[in-house]
Design a protein around this ligand. Structure first.
Ligand code: GDP
Ligand code: MG
Length: 598
């Protein structure tokens, strides 16, 4: 297609504001996908995504559209993942576009994720087209929401489109606006090839399928290409466009979006953000903005049955082919046996991986509580990165410990400001700012340790605001704090996966709450079980789980079973998840107890 008639755009929105529904509508309206083939929400193709109603992996679709000016245009929609864990991928997809549809639910208004995405889009100088979705709802207030967008984002909304993705209202207007307002890509076809990878996935027959946008030059089938960050070279076996199913073409030039396959073994070799160039005529410099995704949250994964260790390794190897951000290395725990220490971009990423391991690979796993990465300076001046509390050097070897901090932006109805401030204070938050957005709505900005967010912060925020508040966060750096390691002993044995790093001032309280919680969660055995919390050699809290009494054993045992059953029903697919530590059976819940204190 001639560059002048290409438009590359994405859709940015807060979760549930209708991004996927609108994408489907655009595909339908342009005849890209026939009504018959239209599965609910074509772009969210992974089952997990559909179930959770979120977009995890971004994809792209090419549409042909005859505009009112009589010309045929190529519209490339590049979808973005809808979660903070994947904001780097969002930024790479936006870098592949010239414009974005900003979809805001007209019955809700601007939310935290709307703002975070708009800022990313503005950083890339995208033309932003505001779309007020769900105008079919009786509660829709497009005028109020327009005003809100103008005041908060400073975006002119006089031409904002009123739409209903569900009812098919405003769809033509959106397509016309894309043609009229989004600038065509610059004509850079005569430059040496530079193409931006914005997504990739592993296919067991063809190897990695790379999704890319050609920024400069052109690429042909059989070309030898180099990936500038990984340094690897490949010959392109297959080149094509996404309409949205893959259709092969011979050549793609500057401004176009497509995919290639080149027998690449793992997505690690073709990472999001990397630049593709030609081996015989390479570009001088790669495209800006490449960063290697770095795990922020770590946990231990242990098979409940040690016989499954090799299966777990194979499953992780397979997931890793498709997920360059997933890290793992073998971990041996005296309490848990053999497992893996795994690193994730964030909590959602962690949950997705756990769920896939259990669902797709049929593994029974015990997951330990998530930990952030601490930077520890030793008295010798070395800086260690510690992602496992039990590896924290003893106090006499430490100069200081630093922990990651995030800036959290919460958007909330005014009446919940009090409860939210209280929540942030109890999580060691430092107040940064508060702004009144529009009458009745406020944004609250705090700086908090990431460790306090990876617990149940999000759930607490939702429950304290009856679901009305939304939040986003971003890493702002490391800060020193007086942190200590709290160890847990069960039946006299230290249980390393229960060790946790806490602020000195909270250690006593956490120790007490944690031992009480463990007493509740660990079933009674035939013998008494002491549960203790200690800092170094000093015990700060202790409880004991009484033994089952002989005479009521039968009855109690029965009762115990039914209680256990209830617990298990609550767990995914009712699998039995217990780990024997010494002679004590410890259920999965106990390993997460530290997240549930309050
Ligand atoms: P996403 O999270 O932004 O991708 O949002 P979805 O497209 O999954 O939509 C979230 C929910 O809003 C779904 O239940 C949709 O059916 C519904 N929805 C989307 N667009 C509209 C609309 O225009 N009107 C109404 N009433 N509901 C809509
Ligand atoms: Mg969606």
């Amino acid at each position: 297609a001639a560059v002048a008639r290409i438009r590359n755009f994405s859709i940015i929105a807060h979760i549930d504001h209708g991004k996927s529904t609108l994408a489907d509508r655009l595909l339908q309206q342009t005849g890209t996908v026939s009504d018959r083939d239209m599965k609910a929400q074509f772009l969210d193709s992974m089952d997990l995504e559909r179930e959770r109603g979120i977009t995890i992996k971004l994809q792209a679709a090419r549409m042909n559209y005859r505009a009112q000016d009589g010309q045929e245009y190529v519209l490339n929609l590049i979808d973005t993942p809808g979660h903070v864990d994947f904001s780097y991928e969002v930024s790479r997809s936006l870098a592949a576009c010239e414009g974005a549809l900003l979809v805001v639910d007209a019955s809700q208004g601007v939310e935290a994720q709307t703002l975070a995405n708009v800022y990313l889009a503005l950083e890339h100088d995208l033309e932003i087209i505001p779309v007020l979705n769900k105008v079919d709802l009786p509660g829709a207030e497009p005028d109020r929401v327009k005003q809100e967008i103008e005041e908060i984002i400073g975006l002119d909304c006089s031409q904002a489109i009123l739409a209903s993705a569900k009812e098919g209202i405003g769809i033509n207007e959106i397509l016309e606006s894309i043609v009229l307002l989004v600038p065509p890509p610059p004509d850079q076809t005569r430059q040496p090839l530079r193409a931006l990878i914005f997504d990739s996935y592993y296919d067991s027959y063809r190897g990695v399928i790379v999704y890319f946008r050609v920024m400069d030059g052109a690429v042909r089938r059989k070309d030898r290409v180099r990936l500038m960050a990984s340094g690897k070279e490949y010959e392109i076996d297959e080149l094509g466009v996404l309409s949205p199913q893959q259709v092969e073409v011979e050549e793609l030039h500057a401004g176009e979006v497509g995919y290639f396959a080149a027998s690449i073994k793992s997505v690690e070799d073709a990472r999001v953000g990397d630049t593709i160039t030609l081996v015989k005529e390479p570009a001088e410099k790669p495209l800006p903005g490449y960063v290697e995704a770095k795990p922020m949250v770590f946990c231990g994964l242990f098979p409940t049955d040690s016989e499954q260790y090799e299966d777990l390794r194979e499953a992780l190897d397979k997931l890793r082919l498709n997920d360059a951000a997933l890290q793992y290395e073998p971990e041996t725990s005296s309490a848990m046996g053999f497992g893996f220490r795994c690193g994730f971009l964030g909590l959602l990423h962690m949950e997705i991986v756990q769920e896939r391991l259990e669902r797709e690979y049929n593994l029974d796993l015990i997951t330990t509580a998530p930990s952030v990465v601490y930077q520890v300076t030793t008295i010798k001046g070395e800086v260690l990165e510690i992602d496992n509390p039990c590896e924290l050097p003893d106090p006499q070897y430490r100069e200081k410990i630093e922990e990651p901090y995030v800036r959290v932006d919460i958007i909330t109805p005014e009446e919940f400001v009090g409860p939210l401030m209280e929540l942030c204070q109890t999580r060691r938050g430092e107040f940064a700012n508060m702004k009144y957005l529009t009458p009745g709505r406020t944004t609250l900005i705090y700086e908090l340790p990431l460790a306090e967010i990876v617990t149940d912060f999000f759930d607490q925020m939702k429950s304290r605001t009856r679901g009305y508040a939304s939040m986003e966060y971003q890493l702002i750096g490391y800060r020193p704090n007086p942190l200590v390691r709290l160890d847990i002993m069960i039946h006299g044995d230290p249980v390393d996966p229960l060790a946790t790093i806490v602020h000195r001032d909270k250690a006593y309280y956490v120790g007490k709450a944690l031992t009480e919680k463990l007493k509740e969660l660990i079933p009674r055995h035939q013998f008494k079980i002491p549960v203790q919390a200690a800092i170094g050699s000093r015990v700060v809290a202790s409880e004991s789980i009484p033994a089952l009494r002989k005479d009521v054993l039968a009855k109690c045992y029965g009762g115990d079973i039914s209680r256990k059953k209830k617990l298990l029903q609550k767990q995914a697919k009712g699998k039995k998840r217990l780990k024997s530590i010494g002679t004590v059976d410890v259920p999965q819940e106990a390993f997460m107890a530290v997240l549930k204190l309050q």
